[in-house]
Design a binder for this molecule. Structure first.
Ligand SMILES: Cc1ncc(COP(=O)(O)O)c(C=O)c1O
Length: 359
């Protein structure tokens, strides 16, 4: 494996890739239903939930669409502090929902006070939040944000995108009162892309019964009907479900707490190095992501040249996202990445930066 310090698709362990290579079988067969049931059941630990976990044959954006189609007839408050939160706002708007933006500057977090104020001004059926904003390296204070919603507007459903954090950072769906929590396979789960997972609370599923125009592919009530028979309405992405079943055993063997600690330690190492090197994280201390560090390119590093240099050494990082391209660069430390990989990356970056200085 070549350590790819990019926020997805990440490296996949050879044995996980291999787990996809089982023979195909009819998806409406007892054999496949047993695998589907096992994988969905194990996934509950990932979400820290007693509710249901849906396995969707599409990437995470599809679950963003499912969230807004199923859990709001019209009014949504979208908390936006980066590109992926803005994507969710756009998905909601494109689906005809009356969506209000609560926006803060890229690099800042959504604060419980701002959210509470917005909820005091108007009632919303649902609020959308991105836990870990991959574009800026900011982790929103999710537990406190959920508490603010519960206090001011307890019936508002809390929809959370944890595409770049679930499986790498502790998120307690039931304890924090999250109603819909979604992720993609190609980030902290360290699987190939194409599978999306989302858990939904009972009260959210009940609310969905009152929602019109849920569509078909993303109708979670239809998904639920089939899920109860360990199946899906459409043909699922079977190889990825084989791999998920296998991968979740590897997570359990590592131990979730250890896995979270490994992610936190790697991000801290990168961020501390960034500070020392005069290229600090965009995010202030206290709201920094534990899976992707977005460092400010204060030294005017040619990011694509640096990546070429790193690629020759079997590594790769990511440029800044969207309007942060070349202004920032991102080092993702998720999935299969280990501290020893980080310890190899840092001197390689230092070597590149040193050689670009005039002698
Ligand atoms: C936070 C976040 N949300 C949503 C997405 C979109 O996910 P997908 O590409 O799986 O549709 C991404 C992708 O990078 C992301 O980082």
């Amino acid at each position: 494996m070549s350590p790819m310090f990019v926020p997805g698709p990440v490296d996949v362990a050879p044995e996980v890739l291999q787990a996809q290579a089982k023979p195909m079988m009819p998806h409406r067969s007892k054999d496949f239903e047993a695998i589907f049931q096992r994988a969905s059941e194990k996934a509950k630990a990932l979400f820290a939930t007693q509710y249901r976990v849906f396995l969707g044959t599409h990437s995470g954006s599809g679950m963003q669409e499912a969230g807004v189609r199923n859990f709001a007839n019209e009014s949504i408050l979208a908390c936006v502090n980066g590109a992926f939160a803005d994507r969710w706002f756009q998905v909601a708007t494109a689906n005809g929902k009356k969506t209000t933006k609560l926006e803060v500057e890229w690099g800042q977090a959504i604060t419980p006070d701002r959210l509470a104020d917005a909820l005091k001004q108007q009632h919303y059926e649902a609020v959308t939040l991105v836990h870990n904003e991959t574009s800026t390296g900011v982790e929103n204070p999710l537990q406190q944000l959920c508490a603010a919603v519960k206090e001011v507007s307890p019936d508002t459903l809390i929809l959370v995108d944890a595409v770049s954090s679930l499986g790498g950072v502790k998120i307690e769906m039931d304890a924090w009162g999250i109603d819909f929590l979604l992720t993609s396979s190609q980030k902290c789960l360290a699987l190939p892309p194409g599978l999306s997972l989302a858990a939904a609370s009972d009260r959210a599923m009940k609310y969905a019964e009152t929602v019109q125009n849920r569509g078909w592919y993303f109708d979670l009530l239809l998904m639920e009907k089939h899920r109860l028979k360990d199946s899906t309405p459409m043909t699922p992405v079977m190889p990825l479900i084989y791999a998920l079943d296998f991968q979740l055993d590897r997570f359990a063997a590592e131990g979730y707490e250890k896995r979270f600690a490994r992610h936190a330690a790697m991000a801290e190492r990168v961020q501390a190095w960034g500070e020392d090197a005069g290229m600090p994280p965009l995010a202030a201390s206290g709201i920094r992501s534990k899976t992707v560090s977005s460092l400010v390119n204060t030294r005017g590093v040619d990011i694509s040249a640096m990546n070429k240099f790193l690629t020759q050494r079997g590594m790769r990082i990511a440029n800044g996202y969207g309007k942060l391209k070349d202004k920032n660069f991102r080092i993702a430390t998720m999935g299969e990445i280990q501290m020893s990989d980080v310890e190899a990356l840092i001197p390689a970056i230092e070597e590149f930066v040193k050689q670009m200085q005039p002698a």
